[in-house]
Design a protein around this ligand. Structure first.
Ligand code: NDP
Ligand code: 8X3
Length: 252
């Protein structure tokens, strides 16, 4: 693959950090963003022998900050070839009538609006150059309902449909769009969902061989490295230890 400039949101942990590592190996230029700057700087030090890394502390919920971040990129990082819209989170697993409304709002602001802001800011350059690839992190939660999935699953259903609709708008260009839909993967995801409760987080993966961040990064690597006329629309993957359950039935 030719060298690319890759903009990753949520690169301070999990899938985003794993993507940074796998793409650094090809000598791609990386723009790493997330709210926490310390892990980004650590990653920059780790990868700087392999490739050029530009770090931007960025909260994707801040529309003005997203615009400033993209507009003030150094010259060498300006022509973004790949946008990995990965920043996202689930908060809580409560039934809808008990959730904290702030949690719902944070998920909508991050998983939907943040992804929209980054896409709208970076896509025009891709269209003008007639090349590019946007990879959006959806989830199995966007297709398959589960108790407590309420707004998190709703945001990921948005990500899938938005990705497909982008392809409709981009028909006739060489800009590709892919929605990756992982199942259970062991990262900081559950620690965030359970607000720092490590015990509850570890129970999610206990006794299973969950997907890893590297599994997702390798999948994204594969998707991006298909021949340029091939667009992977959606790609769902799960651990061998995860599947669906029968319909739940309430009996009186
Ligand atoms: P992690 O919690 O390990 O990483 C999430 C990343 O998102 C962190 O780098 C975090 O950085 C960043 N982030 C969160 N909020 C913001 C924000 N407002 N602005 C910028 N960055 C933000 O989770 P994963 O790596 O597992 O998750 C990555 C994506 O994959 C998410 O969209 C998630 O919904 C999705 N996903 C995860 C699955 C899983 O089981 N793990 C399965 C399916 C999908 P910081 O806190 O520094 O801002
Ligand atoms: C994360 C996977 O099953 O916890 O998107 O919703 S799940």
């Amino acid at each position: 693959m030719n060298e690319k400039t890759i903009f990753i949101t949520g690169a301070s942990a999990g899938f985003g950090a794993a993507c940074a590592r796998i793409f650094s190996a090809q000598g791609n230029r990386l723009i790493l963003t997330a709210r926490r700057s310390d892990p980004l700087l650590t990653l920059q030090r780790e990868l700087s022998g392999k490739t050029e890394v530009h770090v931007i502390p960025l909260d994707v919920r801040d529309r003005v900050a997203v615009k400033d971040a993209v507009e003030s990129l150094p010259e060498r990082f300006r022509d973004i070839d790949v946008l990995i819209n990965n920043a996202g989170l689930a908060l809580g697993l409560e039934p809808a009538h008990k959730v904290d409304l702030d949690d719902w709002e944070t998920m909508v602001d991050t998983n939907i609006k943040g992804l929209m802001y980054c896409t709208r800011q970076i896509l025009p350059g891709m269209v003008a150059r007639n090349r590019g690839h946007i990879v959006n992190l959806g989830s199995v939660a966007g297709s398959w309902p589960y108790p407590g999935g309420n707004v998190y699953g709703g945001t990921k259903a948005f990500v899938e449909q938005f990705s497909l609709n982008l392809r409709c708008d981009l028909l006739g260009t060489r800009v590709r769009v892919t929605c990756i839909q992982p199942g259970m993967a062991e990262t900081e995801f559950s620690k965030v969902r359970f607000k720092g409760n490590e015990k509850m987080a570890s129970q999610v993966y206990s006794g299973t061989e969950a997907l890893t961040a590297e599994d997702i990064a390798e999948t994204i690597y594969w998707v991006i490295n298909r021949p340029e006329h091939v667009n992977i629309n959606t790609l769902e993957l799960m651990s061998i230890d995860q599947a669906w359950s029968p319909f739940a039935v309430h009996r009186r």
